[in-house]
Design a binder for this molecule. Structure first.
Ligand code: FAQ
Length: 317
């Protein structure tokens, strides 16, 4: 590294340490830029792929009210994907490149969306647990050091909070319903609990990106800190529902003021991340199908934009 770059890096770190936001046109270390493209694009892809498990239930929602709420939620996820792709584009990568990385299977997205939604209670569990975990992670990101990402997260968090409530309300209704409905809710919790815990990523000691990301305030809390926050927040919510969290090692620890919990199945986690989960192949196939079927829309939008630009040009001449 030459002296000039070293000076720029020192100055950059000082800005981060003093709590300043970094903006798109500011100088930044190449690794900071690349880490952001990686994280923001994985996040955007998660929102887009995340529409699929819930989209599965739009036509089968049990009432008009449930259908309207679920439709609105799934549309919100599409919007989150778009804000995030726009934030990633400010770092010098194009939308086409981002889409190619997703559709070809090169890019990662959250492991959680490779699990199937087999009953209506799963839609409740996804809202309650998956959006619940997402909010814990994302509230931290509203204070992340890169301005365009932090600003996108403010609006996203507001919407995620509605998503979490609609999920919890589905669970509450099922738990106050018949024995069969309550059993459905318990079964959904049993299947979604551990995958939701995995959303926070590997243990801190196995997380190659955490140390640098904390220094750059990309992350303000570690994977394990956020996971603990999720457990502490969610266990009392399960108690209100009258459901049992499927972890025999879960217990309140007076000394630490937190819940102790059992070990996650890390083999399952890495297996899903590597593309071998229950639904990885289906998710990618569905995504590619939607992309191919949307080709005419992209083409029409491009022609329309060109026509508009030409018209403007002709008027100006
Ligand atoms: N799944 O060193 P770390 C949502 C990868 S949005 C798959 O700890 P990092 C809304 C990681 O990328 C949910 N891969 O990595 C919604 C890295 O691989 P790489 C998504 C994972 O980045 C709700 C490697 O493991 N949220 O749910 C996972 O510092 C309902 C080593 O890990 C975000 O993306 C995983 N769970 O920390 C939508 C939030 N965990 O790239 C629809 C933003 C880790 O080096 C319906 N992202 N990996 O090859 C983050 O905060 C961070 O990226 C973490 C991971 C915390 C996810």
């Amino acid at each position: 590294m030459d002296n000039k770059t070293r000076d720029l890096e020192v100055e950059f770190q000082a800005r981060i340490d003093s709590g300043e936001n970094i903006e798109a046109k500011d100088w930044m270390p190449e690794k900071y830029r690349k880490t952001h493209i990686r994280q923001i694009s994985q996040h955007a892809h998660s929102e887009v792929i995340g529409m699929l498990p819930e989209g599965n239930w739009i036509t089968r929602a049990p009432s008009l009210r449930r259908k309207v709420a679920l439709l609105a939620k799934v549309q919100d996820e599409a919007g989150h994907g778009l804000y995030l792709y726009s934030a990633a584009e400010t770092l010098g990568i194009s939308r086409d490149q981002l889409m190619e990385q997703l559709n070809s299977g090169k890019a990662k997205y959250s492991s959680i969306f490779n699990y199937p939604t087999v009953t209506w209670a799963d839609i409740g569990a996804v809202g309650w647990l998956v959006d619940g975990a997402a909010i814990i992670n994302q509230v931290m990101l509203t204070k992340t050091s890169y301005g365009p990402y932090a600003r996108a997260m403010v609006r996203i968090c507001k919407e995620e909070s509605f998503h979490q409530r609609q999920g919890y309300e589905i669970m509450l209704t099922l738990c106050n319903g018949t024995e069969v409905q309550k059993a459905m809710a318990q079964d959904a919790l049993n299947r979604w609990w551990w995958p939701s815990m995995m959303m926070f990523g590997p243990r801190d000691e196995d997380s190659p990106n955490t140390e640098q990301s904390m220094k750059w305030k990309i992350k303000k809390k570690t994977n394990d800190e956020l996971r603990q926050q999720f457990v502490d927040q969610t266990v009392p919510q399960a108690e209100i529902l009258g459901l049992t969290v499927p972890d025999p090692d879960l217990k309140w620890n007076e000394k630490t003021g937190h819940y102790d919990f059992g070990e996650l199945d890390w083999e399952e986690f890495w297996n899903v991340v590597k593309g071998n989960g229950l639904c990885n192949k289906k998710r990618l196939a569905d995504r590619n199908k939607a992309w191919d079927e949307g080709a005419w829309v992209r083409e029409a939008a491009t022609v329309h934009a060109e026509k508009k630009a030409n018209r403007r040009l002709n008027k100006a001449v």
